[in-house]
Design a protein around this ligand. Structure first.
Ligand SMILES: *[C@@H]1O[C@H](CO)[C@@H](O)[C@H](O)[C@H]1NC(C)=O
Ligand SMILES: *[C@@H]1O[C@H](CO)[C@@H](O)[C@H](O)[C@H]1NC(C)=O
Ligand SMILES: [Fe+2]
Length: 452
């Protein structure tokens, strides 16, 4: 009796495991979450720590760092590699914040420039050298190719360390994009400091451009006396929102002179048609000249397309509000995080394949403490071309005006493997999609549907 009644359950379990193995496409043992790494600061209180740099308008970079000593000036001295002395300097702004019993260090933001493209600059912060090795960063090139790293939901675990190590090992890149969920501090403010220290060797050498995820909100349990949402994120990760005409650090855009426009949208700010974000997006898209900017890329946190069981439907109201704007602007790619796995969709608009619409990619597998999102909807959607729950990062190489190569690199214990790759063609220069007027949109959707 017991045998008979357990048989269907056994069968269901076998089917499930079989599907799971098939959907991953590999005999790959899923790694479990790993512990948090707490990165300490060894220098004096005046020593710069948690340094990161970001694009800050045309030909400019913002250098951000923290000192425990509040008397350190917000000063950056810099020079090109060929010279010996610091030949330029700039002073900037500083801030700090309180969060219940925690008081942050002095958070410095200094904008420097004008800077030359594709050039190494040496610099120091607050007039203090941090060691034998001088700090340096490289500005993005103003011609193709340009290589972008994309890593989401990083956190600060041993898996994060593995992802960061793989990013460095696989090769040089020009700029890193992070579609939200940085430190996973979740109100424990010292974890913002340990995160800043952990990523600093990378984030002080190449621009790191981030947008916010739900873990940046930190809306505390006691609303009346609690600091406002995004207090820590906005203080520490100031992005070029003023430079891009936005009124909120939660959404902004920036231009890569080689020919790419990158828009960071806010999944956790108002996005309906009457919102400031919607109006800003409309205006920002209107000002993109696709003849000079073949690549148009958007980042969000909560994915609009997702076949993982985690976070189902969370991006749906934003998709309904904003997808048409992105579609009409011929956005090439939409990157999202939030779901701790990797998934690549075909070009899709309004849940239908559409060759004039963006490719959607979920890349929330940077290595945070919550672990992987293992379970997927069945049957698989024909819109979803590749999906796998493994830690890793992605690279988008903008090869030239028409072609880009996307690769996803799975973290393994010892080596990093290309798990997925695809060539993409820019929608900016493609005649068939470029001149499409509103009346034709319906027929294109119809044609695309017939192809499948
Ligand atoms: C801090 O000190 C520890 C132990 O001496 C060392 O392993 C680590 O590399 C140091 N970190 C930095 C950022 O210098
Ligand atoms: C752009 O790169 C692709 C892929 O390498 C190549 O096939 C194509 O000819 C290139 N186009 C131009 C204009 O160089
Ligand atoms: Fe998230």
């Amino acid at each position: 009796m017991a045998i008979w009644s357990s048989a269907p359950r056994m069968f269901a379990a076998i089917c499930f495991v079989t599907f799971w193995a098939q959907s991953s496409g590999l005999d790959y043992v899923r790694p479990p979450p790993r512990p948090i790494l707490y990165t300490s600061h060894n220098g004096s209180e005046a020593h710069p720590q948690q340094i990161h740099i970001s694009v800050a308008g045309k030909d400019h970079m913002r250098i951000s760092w923290v000192t425990e000593d509040k008397s350190v000036p917000s000063l950056v001295e810099y020079r090109r590699s060929a010279r010996r002395k610091y030949e330029a300097s700039a002073t900037g702004e500083h801030t700090s914040y309180r969060f219940f019993f925690y008081t942050s260090g002095k958070i410095h933001h200094v904008k420097i420039g004008p800077l030359l493209p594709n050039t190494v600059y040496y610099y120091r912060c607050g007039g203090i050298d941090i060691g034998e090795e001088e700090l340096s960063f490289k500005t993005p090139p103003d011609t193709f190719p340009v290589e972008l790293v994309v890593a989401g939901d990083l956190g600060q675990t041993e898996w994060t360390a593995s992802t960061l190590a793989h990013i460095q090992k696989i090769g040089d890149y020009d700029l890193l994009l992070l579609p939200g969920d940085l430190s996973y501090a979740d109100n424990q403010q010292p974890l913002w400091d340990t995160f800043g220290r952990m990523v600093s060797p990378l984030s002080r050498s190449r621009p790191w451009m981030v947008t916010e995820g739900n873990h940046e909100i930190e809306k505390a349990l006691i609303p009346i006396i609690a600091p406002p949402a995004f207090t820590s994120y906005n203080a520490r990760w100031l992005m070029p929102f003023r430079e891009s005409g936005s009124t909120s650090n939660l959404y902004y855009s920036f231009q890569l002179d080689a020919g790419a426009h990158i828009i960071m949208l806010a999944s956790y700010a108002d996005f309906d048609k009457n919102s400031a974000q919607y109006r800003w997006l409309q205006n920002d898209l209107d000002n993109v000249d696709r003849s000079k900017t073949p690549w148009l890329i958007v980042l969000i946190h909560a994915p609009w397309y997702n076949t993982n069981l985690a976070h189902q439907g969370e991006g749906e109201s934003m998709r309904k509000a904003m997808e048409e704007l992105l579609y009409r602007a011929r956005v090439d790619i939409v990157f999202a995080g939030h779901v701790h796995a990797y998934e690549r969709f075909t070009r899709v608009y309004d849940n239908e394949p559409n060759h004039c619409a963006p490719v959607h990619i979920t890349i929330g597998d940077g290595g945070n403490r919550e672990g992987l999102a293992m379970l997927y909807k069945t049957p698989p959607s024909p819109l979803s071309l590749f999906r796998e729950a493994s830690f890793g990062h992605g690279r988008l190489k903008l090869v030239n005006q028409t072609h880009a190569h996307w690769t996803w690199h799975r973290n393994n214990d010892h080596n990093s493997v290309v798990g997925d790759e695809v060539w993409l063609e820019s929608l900016g220069e493609q005649g068939a999609c470029k001149d499409l007027d509103d009346k034709l949109v319906g027929s294109v959707i119809f044609e695309a549907r017939e192809e499948l």
